[in-house]
Design a protein around this ligand. Sequence first.
Ligand code: AMP
Length: 212
Amino acid sequence: MIIIILGAPGSGKGTQAELIKKEFNLDHISTGELIRNEIKKKTKNSAIINQYLKQGKLIPNNIIINILYSKLKKNNILLDGFPRNIDQAVFIAKKNITINYIINIFTKETTIIKRIKYRLTKYLKNYNIIHDYPKIKNRDDITGEKLTKRTDDLLNIIKTRFIEYNKYKKELIDWYKNRTDNTKIIDVNGETAIKDILFFIKKNIINYEKNI
Ligand code: AMP
């Protein structure tokens, strides 16, 4: 099974991705996380990547595709944050990778701003200092490492990330709708509780799988 999860920054995309990968036993590939690792490891592309990231802009396609290339498989993956535009979708299609499901999370900008204001992160795990706080203040539950604020989680940058996301999203969905691969698009209300969103996504996928 190949699933793409789409959602604006702060939509709950990363949280749901972590849960869905466990439910369906998939490898979770988050391009945002791959990018942050490049910066951490100070690879040759890290300076240029950082420039885009800090502005909330999308990384150029050739760079992101290069980073993703060796990680892509033909089955059992949950793609989180990729594709973000049609060129990236074409790249996947050319590799003969067929997408079974697109989980399309809708969350209002006002909700997103509220969530991101209180978000602290370590690796793929997000915490919210108001309602999903760590066991020890500002420390990751698993590693005990200090939680940080993502450099692109500042309010002015969030606005750009939101605009960038919406700029390409509709044409990306339309592109998949116009293909004959039978990709199922699951529209999800991202305003409800984490467990309800997961339940809704699971129910839809299980129902579709039964009818194949
Ligand atoms: P995310 O963690 O998915 O919100 O991504 C964080 C940032 O990484 C984005 O704002 C972009 O700068 C960059 N990024 C992640 N995925 C992609 C992608 N598929 N194409 C271009 N830039 C990306």
